[in-house]
Ligand binder design. Structure first.
Ligand code: NDP
Ligand code: DGY
Length: 322
């Protein structure tokens, strides 16, 4: 079986592939994304493809691969970079990496929320640039979680893990929204299912943890931000396209909301002259939700095992049901 791996991945994952009998691995062995032309050439004639969220796997790639392609395994839980309709039409199986990155991503979401609401990057900057002159009663104040209402957009694996971590901070009420009420997911937090508009209006903190789909694309827009409280904090660790960034910029710049924390943007990387980067009340991270050594290693091993199982026609550890 011939497979193409689109990036340098943690060694543990590659070892799983190289130790599997009968698997010929070709790899784009670089920290940087595979150029499109190399992807199209690399995938030609392969049976398996191990890719990342930065690789757009569309019809062109599937056609370049040819009819022998049996499995696509993405080293991510998000799968919005895969043209699922085209993939399904060709009978190709898809593996992904849920669960193993939930803790790391939830932890980062909480870190980002606290950084934004307690203004940590701004405060660190003040220490460095001499802005810290003395202790001042009203200086560098922000907003705390105690007695707050937290609204979670997408109470899935990561959304629940975020709620579980935030609860001990003294959150008074959890709200959530999604495609429908999920009583079994909300029970642990006594979370109430509400429409998006009510979540925006009542939350002190909004955490976006949903998948990017046609329904969620651009969901956090001008109308959404205009409903939020002036003192509220917005956090997104899902995908950049769930947010209309121009609308977010305006909401932050005009004091419609207090602050934002983003681990994901459109595009990625965000150009260094992007208006959002000029705002003090916007903390932006470079898509590092799952970035712990252990998590990335486990993701790579899972992606490799998904690929092998698919190639052998066996059940995958985590198959995306199309
Ligand atoms: P899950 O599938 O467990 O959760 C996805 C959630 O999205 C579900 O609760 C679902 O709710 C919700 N959702 C779907 N449609 C809507 C909608 N229209 N409105 C509101 N919510 C909706 O996935 P995970 O929790 O494992 O991962 C979630 C996403 O997080 C991934 O898809 C990925 O994009 C992102 N991610 C980002 C990382 C980072 O590094 N920043 C790391 C890992 C993941 P329902 O069931 O009601 O439809
Ligand atoms: C994912 O897995 O979808 C994340 O965005 C990166 O881990």
């Amino acid at each position: 079986m011939a497979v193409f791996v689109t990036r340098r991945i943690p060694a543990e994952g590659l070892r799983v592939l190289s130790q599997a009998g009968g698997c010929r691995v070709q790899q784009w062995d670089s920290e940087e994304p595979v150029p499109r032309a190399e992807l199209l050439a690399g995938v030609a004639g392969k049976h398996g493809l191990l890719c990342l969220l930065s690789d757009r796997i569309d019809r062109e790639v599937l056609e370049a691969a040819g009819p022998g392609l049996k499995v696509i395994s993405t080293m991510s839980v998000g799968f919005d970079h895969l043209a699922l309709e085209e993939i399904k039409k060709r009978g190709i199986r898809v593996g992904y990496t849920p669960d193993v990155l939930t803790d790391a991503t939830a932890e980062l979401s909480v870190a980002l929320l606290l950084s934004a609401c307690r203004r940590l990057p701004e405060a660190v900057e003040q220490v460095k640039n001499g802005g810290w002159t003395t202790w001042k009663p009203l200086w560098m104040c922000g907003y705390g979680l105690s007695d707050s209402t937290v609204g979670i957009i997408g109470l899935g694996r990561i959304g629940q893990a975020v709620a579980r971590r935030l609860k001990p901070f003294g959150v008074k009420k959890f709200l959530y929204t999604g495609s429908g009420p999920k009583p079994e997911s909300g029970a642990e937090f006594e979370a109430e299912f509400v429409p998006l508009t009510r979540l925006a209006e009542e939350s002190d903190f909004v955490v976006v943890a949903c998948a990017l789909t046609p329904a969620t694309q651009g969901m956090c827009n001008k109308d959404f931000f205009s409903r939020m409280k002036k003192t509220s904090v917005f956090v997104n660790t899902s995908r950049g396209s769930v947010v209309n960034q121009e609308d977010l910029y305006n909401a932050l710049a005009h004091g419609q909301i207090a602050a934002a924390g983003l681990d994901v943007t459109t595009p990625e990387p965000l150009p260094t002259d992007h208006p959002l980067l000029s705002l003090k009340n916007c903390v932006i991270l470079p898509h590092i939700g799952s970035a712990t050594y252990a998590t990335r290693s486990t993701m790579a091993v899972l992606a490799a095992n998904n690929l092998l199982a698919g190639l052998r026609g066996e059940p995958m550890p985590h198959e995306l049901l199309l």
